[in-house]
Design a protein around this ligand. Structure first.
Ligand SMILES: [Fe+2]
Length: 567
């Protein structure tokens, strides 16, 4: 059975291909279009997944879209009309968007793929998220929690999974949305809503949560974990471009103008304090939801998806203080993950009892392929040795050079986990500054993350029991031990924590070998690791994208497949 899952028209449009129950390929459209977070129809991602799976569209038994467009349109229409005349400015644009592709999606999919309309299915948005979290998890049974900005009506759902089946048992509906609440505060802080929430999470480390009470009065949590947002301060119910209203400024002072200096130090730390307040409230809200869920689903395991599940600080606190012993988060927790969840769910529904695919890595993109032609006009040499050049690359890194790596299949989800990565010695300020200023052009308050071998991770980081499903995908922040403060000072947050990537040999032997060789050279198998891309661009996909980065930046060295370029 061959099922293609799709997500589109929100953020991170994507395709995922399931063949006989196994996820054989998954990719976001933005890797191909080079528009970060591309929300268009994922034509190129579909073609890529089919190529990787060796299939034609005519081979597909079904195509599943990750939400129900008609139900979503009904909700959008109802909330826009309900907010009139405040929604007058956005109403015509909304209608224009919906009366284009979105409402006639079945026809669009049928004509793009040449698949008969009866093979095209639509699944609820949060059921797709729930399936993306539970079905690939390592658990035989689990509680399921999905938390995002918006779907059709649900914004948060509760559920349970057992064997190959899952069901949703409760929901919180729009406009009560933790994702939209966080997006509005993100925009108030001068960042991009529904995109820069993790920057705000990092900014939170510099502040104290002195506005937590103020924000709580706007979220109005109830004893059962639900909440009732005071809409007088927000516009997100009817306006996706300006998500907060004047009521927010009355409580918190003026919004930060994008690009202006951040108020995060000394006498004026309003912005960092507001970020810390949001983070604290999010953590407590998710904890309350989880505790309530645990009362209804007596499992030790939790599966989590939806964009709020990317909050690594929140996940860590949930593991520390919450009622579940193990937590699995779909690495593509946002809208892209819906494509994967929809495909896995449809496969289980159509081929009942087939074994579940378990996700232990994110290398689901198209393989790098033959790069001979790409490298023909540059001076590259083959990496030699039985270790694939690990020792040589470790030497380059230990000399304080910034190294890009492009190998094998590209990552699914927003994190580079070794195949499209930018690496540096986490003690080298020269290399980390090259990455920060010249390549990523990152804000100074943002931190980098460490990658460490699984065998030696516990020497350097305090890894709580049950965190292994999170740390292999960089989905939890953990405390750094003194040894990490010595060996990897530039890959830690200001508060001594780190969003660590624990690298297992069986999942990425080449990256593991490089870390091991670096450890032999320097004493610590830890590298500063971030995604290989320029600021504002999606992660590089193939050799051409990587060579463009090498060309336009002072990156010292670049691995493309089995070849090395050096300046
Ligand atoms: Fe979603």
């Amino acid at each position: 059975m061959r099922i293609l899952g799709l997500s589109a028209f929100a953020r991170d449009s994507a395709a995922a291909l399931v063949v006989d129950g196994q996820l054989v390929a998954a990719a976001q459209e933005d890797r191909f279009s080079r528009t970060k977070g591309d929300s268009g129809f994922p034509t190129r991602a579909i073609r890529s997944c089919l190529r990787t799976g060796g299939l034609q569209a005519s081979d597909l038994d079904g195509v599943v879209f990750y939400e129900k467009p008609l139900r979503k349109f009904e909700r959008v229409l109802a909330t826009q009309l309900g907010a009139f005349p405040h929604s007058a400015r956005t109403f015509s644009r909304t209608l224009f968007l919906w009366l284009g592709d979105r409402l006639w999606l079945k026809n669009r999919i049928a004509s793009e793929l040449g698949v008969p309309p009866q093979k095209i299915l639509f699944l609820e948005h949060h059921l797709s998220h729930a399936a993306s979290a539970y079905l690939p998890s390592p658990f035989e049974e689990a509680a399921i929690l999905t938390i995002d900005s918006e779907g059709e009506w649900a914004t948060t759902t509760f559920g349970r999974g057992h064997g190959s089946e899952l069901e949703l048992t409760g929901e919180i509906q729009f406009p009560n949305s933790l994702g939209l609440f966080a997006a509005a505060i993100t925009q108030f802080l001068g960042f991009e809503p529904n995109a820069d929430e993790l920057k705000v999470m990092e900014l939170a480390a510099f502040g104290t949560p002195r506005f937590a009470g103020e924000l709580e009065s706007l979220l109005r949590p109830a004893s059962d974990g639900s909440f009732d947002i005071d809409l007088s301060a927000f516009r997100f119910a009817f306006d996706s471009e300006l998500t907060f209203g004047p009521g927010l400024a009355q409580r918190l002072g003026p919004p930060r103008i994008p690009g202006s200096p951040l108020r995060m130090n000394g006498a004026d730390s309003r912005d960092a304090d507001l970020a810390a307040s949001l983070q604290d409230l999010l953590e407590r809200s998710v904890l309350a939801l989880a505790r309530n869920l645990r009362e209804r689903v007596p499992s030790e395991n939790l599966c989590l998806a939806g964009s709020v599940a990317w909050n690594a600080r929140c996940n860590a606190r949930l593991l520390r203080e919450g009622p579940f012993k193990r937590i699995f988060v779909q690495p593509a927790a946002g809208e892209a993950g819906g494509a994967l969840g929809a495909a896995l769910y449809a496969h289980q529904a159509l081929a009942k009892g087939s074994p579940r695919w378990r996700q232990t890595h994110t290398f689901l993109g198209e393989p790098l392929g033959d790069v001979t032609e790409d490298l023909s006009s540059v001076s590259a040499r083959a990496l030699a040795g039985p270790d694939g050049g690990a020792r040589e690359l470790a030497g380059i890194l230990a000399r304080g050079k910034a190294l890009g790596v492009v190998r094998d299949r590209f990552e699914w989800g927003p994190r580079s986990l070794g195949n499209r990565s930018l690496l540096a010695d986490p003690r080298s300020s020269a290399a980390s500054e090259t990455i920060r200023r010249a390549i990523k052009r990152r804000e100074p308050f943002r931190s980098f993350s460490p990658a460490v071998t699984a065998e030696r991770a516990a020497e350097f980081f305090d890894l709580p029991p049950g965190s292994e499903d999170l740390t292999r995908f960089m989905l939890a922040t953990v405390a750094a031990r003194p040894k990490a403060r010595e060996s990897a000072p530039l890959a830690l947050h200001t508060d001594g924590t780190a969003r660590v990537h624990v690298v297992h040999r069986e999942e990425n032997p080449a990256f593991h070998a490089l870390l091991t060789a670096f450890g032999e050279e320097t004493g610590a198998p830890i590298l500063l690791s971030t995604s290989l891309n320029l600021r504002g661009e999606p992660m590089v996909r193939g050799a051409a994208d990587a060579l463009a980065v090498f060309d336009r930046t002072p990156l010292d060295a670049l691995v493309v497949g089995e070849s090395l370029l050096e300046r």
